[in-house]
Design a protein around this ligand. Structure first.
Ligand SMILES: Nc1ncnc2c1ncn2[C@@H]1O[C@H](COP(=O)(O)OP(=O)(O)O)[C@@H](O)[C@H]1O
Ligand SMILES: [Mg+2]
Length: 437
C-alpha cells in the first residue's frame, strides 16, 4: 500500500490524503472539488487550495487523521472484527498503517466519503433471513475472545460501524438500517430499553429515524434504527461533533453550550437545530444518559439544506465511571438543575418560555421510563454493581418484572439449553459457559 489515498464523494474526487514522516496524515482538496464541492469539515478544512496538516494531538486522538476521516474508521467493535478477520487471513495487523485501514473501509464507511484505491472488502449489507439470536451469541463469543465460525459473516455485516457495541449494517428493500446487539456487560433488556427510550424521545419532540425492535427468544429484542447517512440509496455526508471539533470523544471536553456554538457556526444559527439540541440535553439529563460524548452527536450536509444537526441517536440509559454527564450542562456534570438547562438555552438565544415549557414537557414524557431508572438508581444509591443488584433481586424475589434485568449471559445460557443440537454444538464449541448444560 502506498503512502497516499484518494477521497471520493459520489464518485467525485474530493482530495488526497498523504502520510507525513511523523505519521500525521495531510490532506489537500482536488482542483475540481475546490470549484464545485463543499467543505467536508468546516472548522478544520475550509475550501482552500492548501495542504492541510492536522495538529500534533491528532496522533493521540485520531491516529494522525483529521476528525472527518477518522469518522470513517470503525470504532472498537468494527476494529476488533477487522483485526480478527485479517488475522484469520494471515495478515499481520500490527503492520497496517492508518491509510491501510482506510483502504479497507473503501466504499463501505459510515457517511459518504470513500477511499481509493480500496483494499478488497467483503462488506455486504444485503443479507436476508438472518438468525439474530445466533448472531448475537456469536458477537458474545468474539467479545469474550473466543473463536467464532461466523467471523466472516459478522465481518461482512458489520462493515466499519461505529460505537462500542456489536452492530450489523443491513439493507432491506433499499432502506439501510443499523441493528445493535448488547455488549457482554449490558443487561438483556438493553435492546428493548433503547427502543423504549427512542419512542419516548420522539414523544419529547426529538427527531430520530424510524426505530423498531427485532423479536428474540433470548432477550427482549434487538434495537434497529434507520440510517440517516443513507437516503433512498444515496450516501449523505455526515460529521460527528468529535470530528467537527477535533476532540477526543473518550474524555469530557465539551459543554452543551459548546454544541450550541457549533450549531451557530456551521448551520448559521439554525433555530430548529438549537431547539433539538436543547431537547436532547434535557432528555439525557432526565433519563440518565450520561455517556453523551462527542461521537453521539452528528451533523449532516446536503446541497439543499446545507449543514444541519443529524437526528438523535444512542439515546439510552448509560453510565460513566465518573458518574457525571460526559457533556456538561452549564459547566456541571451532576446535580444539574432546571436553571442550568435554562441557562444553556437562553445563552444561545432560545426564549426562556420555550426552555421552561420544554423542561416541563420532557419531565412529563420521561416519567414513562421510570421503571428503567428506579432499579438502577436504587443500585447506585447503595453503591452496588448492576450484576450484584440483579442477583440480590433474584434471591429476594422482590418483583417478578425485575427478571427483565437479568444479564445477557444468564439468559443466553437458558436459551441454549432449549436450542437445537446444531446451534448448541456451535455455541459450546465457542463458549462453554453459554452451552446451558
Ligand atoms: N441512525 C443512525 N444513522 C446513521 N449513523 C448512526 C445512526 N445511529 C448511530 N449511528 C452511528 O453509529 C455509531 C454507533 O452507534 P451508537 O448508537 O452510538 O452505538 P454504541 O451504543 O455502540 O455507541 C454512532 O457514533 C454514529 O456515528
Ligand atoms: Mg454511541
Amino acid at each position: 500500500m502506498g503512502k497516499s489515498l484518494n477521497v471520493f464523494f459520489h464518485d467525485k474526487h474530493v482530495g488526497t490524503l498523504a502520510e507525513m514522516p511523523d505519521k500525521r496524515i495531510a490532506f489537500q482538496y482536488s482542483k475540481d472539488w475546490l470549484s464545485n464541492g463543499f467543505s467536508i469539515s468546516p472548522l478544520s478544512l475550509p475550501l482552500r487550495d492548501e495542504v492541510f496538516v492536522p495538529p500534533q494531538k491528532s496522533l493521540d486522538i485520531f491516529h494522525g487523521l483529521y476528525g472527518v476521516f477518522s469518522d470513517s474508521l470503525p470504532d472498537s467493535w468494527g476494529e476488533l472484527l477487522l483485526n480478527r478477520y485479517l488475522a484469520s487471513k494471515g495478515i499481520d495487523v500490527s503492520t497496517l498503517s492508518i491509510l491501510d485501514r482506510l483502504a479497507y473501509v473503501g466504499a463501505s464507511g459510515m457517511g459518504a466519503l470513500e477511499y481509493r484505491p480500496a483494499e478488497k472488502s467483503d462488506f455486504d449489507p444485503n443479507k436476508n433471513n438472518l438468525d439474530f439470536d445466533a448472531l448475537s451469541m456469536e458477537c458474545s463469543a468474539i467479545l469474550s475472545s473466543k473463536d467464532s465460525d461466523q467471523l466472516h459473516l459478522l465481518y461482512e455485516l458489520a462493515g466499519p460501524s461505529g460505537g462500542a457495541r456489536p452492530k450489523l449494517l443491513l439493507n432491506e428493500n433499499g432502506t439501510d438500517y443499523i441493528v445493535k446487539f448488547p455488549a457482554n456487560t449490558d443487561p438483556s433488556i438493553s435492546g428493548k430499553r433503547e427502543y423504549d427510550y427512542s419512542i419516548c424521545a420522539k414523544k419529547c419532540g426529538i427527531n430520530m429515524t424510524k426505530t423498531s425492535l427485532i423479536p428474540s427468544k433470548i432477550c427482549k429484542g434487538y434495537f434497529k434504527t434507520e440510517r440517516f447517512d443513507r437516503q433512498k440509496g444515496s450516501k449523505i455526508h455526515s460529521l460527528t461533533m468529535a470530528g467537527l471539533l477535533e476532540t477526543d470523544f473518550r474524555h469530557p471536553t465539551c459543554d452543551y453550550s459548546t454544541y450550541m456554538k457549533a450549531i451557530d457556526i456551521i448551520t448559521k444559527g439554525n433555530k430548529e437545530d438549537k431547539e433539538q439540541m436543547f431537547k436532547i440535553m434535557c432528555f439525557n439529563v432526565m433519563t440518565h444518559n450520561l455517556d453523551d460524548h462527542t461521537k453521539n452527536f452528528s451533523f449532516i450536509y446536503t446541497e439543499k439544506k446545507g449543514w444541519r444537526l443529524a437526528p438523535g441517536y444512542d439515546l439510552t440509559y448509560s453510565t460513566t465511571y465518573y458518574g457525571e454527564q460526559t457533556t456538561s450542562v452549564n459547566g456541571k456534570g451532576k446535580n444539574i438543575t432546571d436553571s442550568d438547562m435554562i441557562s444553556v438555552g437562553t445563552n444561545t438565544g432560545l426564549p426562556k418560555t420555550f426552555c421552561e415549557k420544554t423542561i416541563q414537557d420532557i419531565k412529563k414524557e420521561t416519567a414513562s421510563l421510570k421503571g428503567y431508572l428506579s432499579l438502577q438508581n436504587d443500585a447506585k444509591k447503595r453503591h452496588v454493581s448492576w450484576q450484584e443488584r440483579v442477583k440480590e433481586i433474584e434471591e429476594n424475589g422482590i418483583k417478578e418484572n425485575y427478571n427483565d434485568f437479568k444479564t445477557k449471559d444468564e439468559v443466553s445460557a437458558k436459551y441454549t439449553a432449549t436450542q437445537n443440537a446444531t446451534l448448541n454444538k456451535k455455541i459450546s464449541k465457542s463458549d462453554p459457559n453459554l452451552s446451558g448444560t
